[in-house]
Design a protein around this ligand. Structure first.
Ligand code: AKG
Length: 294
């Protein structure tokens, strides 16, 4: 990892004083030795720096792609399968979205979940509020959201609309409330074994716009280094529906990062299908590769 970062930086070296031209590296006298072709020298004296064109081409960090318009996007295709996103801005009208946002903000049983770090078992509070609806519990980051079948009438209405739009059915819903720009969710995948293979996640946003980012899982040769992975950014505005399908949870991670300018509250509803609790071994593995959700 260190070696790769090294190659991406400017390559050069501090010149040995014996090789320096008289009068310094930029001296103009007759006895000054010109720099090597395609090499630049700075400074004078024993600390002068010589730039050498790197022997190997520098590795480019891929430019982040931005998705803002309605449509279906195939973001990757690999041995694991095709990763697809579907974006529907304006899934809810402004009026519907305003009314639903204020009802859900005031009436859902929001609370702050405590998670436990893998390994150390250290407790930490999530930097956002959540609530969970479904017949089955949902465990992630070593703590469990207990089942609650008391769906708010607005949520029942939204579930039907999302099922119709996606052609999928969902038995559960994780609601997130970001109170301001300092609330966030860290890099993770919705890849718990209880979600089954290739889960479809339908994510509906209400309230202030926040940036939803995705980054591709690095290949095994990258040794866990995300420096050169592909990235996608999607501003999720009031009333927008985003569907994540196919291998997206296997091959990509997502986050909503903290922001350092003012943001108003935002609610995100993620409709999912949960299956009865899987074998323990798979759960442990999912924390290793896909990260703890913070
Ligand atoms: O708030 C969002 O848009 C993302 C929420 C999320 O990643 C999750 O609930 O797993």
């Amino acid at each position: 990892m260190g070696d790769k970062r090294q190659r991406a930086r400017v390559q050069g070296s501090w010149a040995k004083s014996a090789q320096l031209p008289k009068g310094g590296a930029r001296g103009r006298g007759e006895d000054s030795v010109p720099c090597q072709p395609r090499a630049a020298c700075w400074g004078t004296g024993p600390q002068a720096f010589e730039f050498h064109q790197p022997a190997k081409p520098l590795r480019e960090v891929p430019v982040e792609k931005v998705i803002e318009h309605a449509g279906e996007y195939q973001i990757s295709q690999g041995p694991t399968g095709v990763s697809r996103l579907r974006l529907v801005p304006g899934f809810l009208s402004q009026e519907e979205a305003d009314w639903m946002f204020s009802k859900l903000l005031a009436e859902l049983p929001w609370s702050q979940k405590t998670n436990f770090k893998q390994g150390s078992g250290r407790a930490y509070e999530e930097p956002r509020l959540t609530c969970w609806f479904g017949e089955l519990p949902y465990t992630y980051s070593n703590s469990t959201l207990q089942p609650s079948s008391q769906w708010h009438p607005v949520l029942i209405q939204l579930r039907e609309a999302v099922e119709q739009a996606s052609g999928r059915s969902f038995n559960s819903l994780l609601c997130n409330l970001y109170r301001d720009g300092k609330d966030s969710i860290a890099w993770h995948s919705d890849s718990e074994a209880s979600l089954g293979p290739e889960p479809v996640i339908a994510s509906l946003s209400l309230g202030d716009t926040r940036c939803f980012s995705l980054r591709k899982q690095p290949g095994p040769e990258e040794d866990g280094d995300y420096t050169y992975v592909e990235r996608v950014r999607i501003p999720l505005a009031h009333g927008t529906l985003l569907l994540m399908e196919g291998a997206t949870q296997e091959d990509w991670q997502h986050q909503v990062a903290k922001e350092y300018h003012d943001r108003g509250p935002r609610i995100n509803l993620t409709f999912r299908t949960i299956y009865p609790e899987p074998a323990r071994a798979k759960q442990t593995q999912s924390h290793g590769r896909w990260g703890e959700r913070r």
